[in-house]
Design a protein around this ligand. Structure first.
Ligand code: ADP
Ligand code: ASP
Ligand code: MG
Length: 436
């Protein structure tokens, strides 16, 4: 059994839904995970924002436009009046749910319930379309098995216990269909796995059922060796180790949600990245492959703040780093990159919410300098320290770019550079020219 996840662009119109239906009908017995149609989650966030600001008219206007768009999709998708009527009825239920929620006192719970409607609508459209095509489709409601615990982490035991029985109960299904992104939290309330989280859903489902493979279908032919949004001439990478994929996803390769790799890695399930518009392209396979003395890819993570923490008394001092890290821990702020010297330490964070408090605490025992608007450029591949020359090739590529921090040796798979946001594209382009 495989898990096939399709992102928002892949199901973004009636034509695309038909295309995905063709792809998933080629094989029997797989679980299909869908995102909301492209743009829908953003629109639902916008509606929630109006409601949060108590602008009911603003929310209503955007909601009406969204509803009209879905009506058009329904008319373009189905060939029989019977299915048009059924889809209209199901979607009307989702829209009236949103309108009901709009009249409640609006808070985070209400927003999460509104956001959930995107995936519920896309899967409903696909489910009915497959039925119209004569398929035996099994409906697996994510809100009945996908669950997070009190720490907001997936409750893998609960997921298995509640996913396996409905799958086993429908052994003759041509395929199973479920929603990405949405879940319930420890209190049983509707929640989600954070933006882009459908990849995570697919991976958690794959782990729960012990899938043979997890396929992430999107709008590009696999993980490219550099960010195609900023660099010309990028090319797909045919295979990546789990660790390499995790580094790339965490450091900005948007094709894969960073959380998606771990469940697949732990259960040793290959993840294949494929292109819905070009299904015959080989894409990228992520597994426990042996890396082969090559640099595989480059990614960039935006919105980084660097903090330099200098102590006059670090010489032979112990306990300094502990004091520094305790402050970040107290403010629940993860550190991405870290470098040390005799006189101090520089770290980077991407969550600035508690920056002022953190700086206030640090200043009690050190001198602090902050650089905002920075970018981490991450070079990923077989960077085991005995391999000669790889670090120098990456450094050479950045010869003309001011580099604020360099981190190497934390894993066998990555070397990271911190540069100003203004230099990001030049850095990516130069690495492309020098490394590939
Ligand atoms: P989906 O909606 O299917 O989840 P995403 O937009 O999340 O798709 O991810 C696909 C996009 O990721 C691509 O269109 C591409 O622009 C972007 N992307 C960023 N870095 C990379 C990379 N290294 N390789 C491939 N795609 C990348
Ligand atoms: N629909 C959600 C989002 O736009 C989840 C996803 O697409 O992965 O973030
Ligand atoms: Mg995505």
């Amino acid at each position: 059994m495989k898990v096939l996840k399709f992102g928002g662009t892949s199901v973004g119109s009636a034509e695309r839904i038909r295309n995905v239906a063709r792809l998933i009908s080629a094989d029997k017995g797989n679980i299909v995970v869908l995102s909301a149609m492209s743009g829908t989650t953003n629109t639902l966030v916008e509606i929630s924002d109006y409601l949060c600001k108590k602008n009911i008219d603003g929310a209503r206007e955007v909601l009406n436009q969204l509803e009209a768009k879905y009506r058009d999709v329904v008319r373009a998708l189905y060939s029989s009046e019977e299915y048009v009527a059924q889809a209209d009825g199901e979607l009307a239920r989702c829209f009236s749910r949103i309108r009901d929620i709009a009249h409640r006192a609006f808070g985070a719970d209400e927003e999460r319930e509104i956001l959930a409607q995107g995936e519920l609508m896309s899967t409903t459209l696909m489910y009915l379309y497959l039925q119209e095509q004569g398929k035996n489709v099994a409906w697996l409601p994510a809100l009945e098995f996908m669950r997070t615990d009190a720490n907001g982490e997936p409750d893998t035991h609960y997921i298995r216990e509640h996913l396996l029985p409905p799958v086993a109960a429908q052994p003759d299904a041509d395929l199973y269909i479920t929603q990405g992104f949405i879940c319930r939290n420890a209190e049983g309330k509707i929640d989600n796995l954070k933006r882009g989280g459908s990849d995570y859903s697919a991976s958690l489902i794959g782990a729960a059922i012990g899938a043979d493979e997890i396929q992430i279908w999107t709008d590009i032919d696999g993980m490219h060796n550099n960010d195609p949004r900023f660099v010309e001439g990028t090319a797909p990478v045919s295979e990546l180790h789990f660790e390499e994929a995790a580094e790339l996803a965490y450091f900005g390769a948007k094709i894969l949600h960073p959380t998606c790799v771990l469940p697949a890695k732990v259960n040793n399930i290959p993840v294949r990245l494929l292109n819905t518009m070009q299904p015959e392209a080989p894409g990228t396979v992520i597994y426990n492959c042996s890396t082969s003395r090559t640099i595989k890819a480059v990614a960039a993570k935006d919105g980084i703040t660097a903090i330099k923490i200098k102590s006059g008394r670090m010489l032979l001092a112990y306990g300094f780093l502990r004091k520094v890290f305790e402050i970040f821990e107290a403010y629940r702020t993860p550190i991405d990159m870290i470098v040390t010297s005799e006189v101090g330490v520089s770290v980077t964070i991407d969550d600035e919410r508690n920056l002022h408090s953190i700086i206030d605490e640090l200043k009690k025992f050190s001198t602090v300098t902050v650089d905002r608007d920075m970018v981490i450029i991450c070079v990923v591949g077989d960077l085991e320290w005995h391999n000669r020359g790889f670090e120098s090739r990456a450094l050479d590529a950045l010869a003309d770019i001011p580099v604020r921090m360099i981190s190497y040796g934390g894993s066998n798979y990555n070397i990271s550079f911190l540069v100003q946001a203004a230099d990001k594209v030049a850095a990516l382009q130069s690495l492309q020219t020098h490394l590939f």
